[in-house]
Design a binder for this molecule. Structure first.
Ligand SMILES: [Zn+2]
Length: 387
């Protein structure tokens, strides 16, 4: 199976508001109907009893007075069935709060509804008479080296376009490893330890946390205002944090592309998520957010350039001595010392060293000799500031 890389971009558009509104209403109707077909067993488990004939009936109902392309009805029904099935899964695990609702005015446009030729995207709104045309050549930031366009998502002011590209299996010249923490990302790239400073991102999250706490205080008296402010601030916080991660991962991707280097990342599924998911603590949530965003963005950006990403089980990555496999114990602050050979190093550096050796099978001897001579001091060769 060939692997695909995917990138999504937004372009501003004059949206067909009538279609967006009609699609929104159709989804609400479809949701009411599909929810009527959720049945519960004697043990209280939910399941969906929606047969092909139910679907046909719903489709015919929805097509009455529908002047837009018929494919929109099919995609609305599919997305509603997906939504309800997702809800049933949560419900059966005891995790569903309330029944699903349609809140977003977005239209999913599958590839049967648009054509793409010479930079021009032509989306069918009403069959054979009304189209939305978007000239992608006007937007310089869009990728030019893609193989196809996947689905489109239409919002009230933007079109979100997914570009696809087939990934070639290229063997990288070398591997870089990354360890993501709350206030920094430590990397081992081409034999050098590099640290990307996330302190400003961290402080900025704390400022928003304070704002949220303030809002919570008056949420009892003014719930509507509180809700609106909360949404506004959360969105702003997320967007600004994402912006920063984009800048950082783009910069790292360029460096790795120059070096023809793949990336070794910690597989968070195994260990960290188990501890982190249960925690309500803001710091843990934030370091989880950092790690997921960083890995997600770096992975698709590297894949787009045919550079591989490998996930390594991080078990004991900051506890095993990279020189002799002895056990490292806390020494001083973030420093760890090997009980067997006496090697001292910062725990993040131990983690990237181990990830690199486990993932690539290569020992960075020159670096280790340097670290050994320094005995835990002046470990970082370069620090990048962000924001
Ligand atoms: Zn050792």
């Amino acid at each position: 199976m060939k692997e695909e890389a995917i990138k999504s971009y937004k372009v501003p558009i004059e949206a067909p508001r009538d279609l967006i509104e009609a699609y929104f209403e159709v989804k609400r109707k479809a949701l009411r109907e599909v929810l009527n077909h959720v049945a519960y067993s004697q043990t209280g488990k939910a399941h969906l009893n929606f047969k092909a004939e139910d679907r046909r009936k719903l489709r015919n109902d929805l097509l009455k007075d529908w002047r837009y392309s018929k494919h929109y009805i099919d995609s609305a029904i599919n997305s509603i069935i997906g939504l309800v099935k997702g809800w049933i899964k949560l419900y059966n695990r005891g995790k569903a709060k309330s029944k699903p609702k349609i809140t977003r005015r977005t239209v999913y446009i599958k590839n049967t509804l648009f054509s793409y030729k010479n930079g021009l995207l032509k989306i069918s709104i009403e069959p054979r008479r009304r189209y939305l045309e978007v000239d992608l050549r006007k937007y310089e930031y869009l990728p030019k080296d893609f193989d196809s366009i996947g689905g489109l998502l239409l919002t009230e002011s933007e079109l979100i376009i997914t570009f696809r590209k087939l990934v070639k299996n290229v063997k990288p010249k070398r591997w870089a490893s990354f360890d993501v923490n709350l206030t920094n990302i430590t990397a081992l790239i081409n034999g050098n330890i590099i640290r990307y400073d996330l302190k400003k991102l961290y402080h900025f999250h704390r400022i928003y946390e304070k704002k949220r706490k303030k809002i919570q205080k008056f949420s009892k008296h003014k719930p509507k205002t509180a809700n609106r402010l909360m949404k506004k601030y959360s969105k702003r916080e997320k967007n600004r944090a994402k912006d920063l991660m984009h800048k950082l991962t783009t910069k790292i991707t360029r460096e790795l592309a120059d070096l023809k280097s793949g990336a070794l990342l910690e597989n968070l599924k195994n260990i960290k998520s188990r501890i982190l998911n249960k925690s309500r603590d803001l710091n843990r949530k934030l370091s989880k957010w950092n790690a997921r965003q960083f890995q997600f963005m770096l992975e698709y950006k590297l894949k787009w350039l045919d550079l591989p990403v490998k996930y390594i089980n991080p078990k004991n990555s900051s506890k095993a001595c990279p020189l002799c496999s002895g056990r490292m114990a806390t020494y001083e602050g973030r420093l760890m010392k090997c009980k067997k050979c006496g090697f001292i190093a910062d725990r993040d550096i131990i983690a990237v060293l181990n990830l690199q050796m486990w993932g690539s099978g290569v020992t960075p001897k020159a670096l280790i000799a340097r670290l050994r001579a320094m005995m835990g001091k002046r470990l970082v060769t370069k620090t990048y500031q962000f924001l």
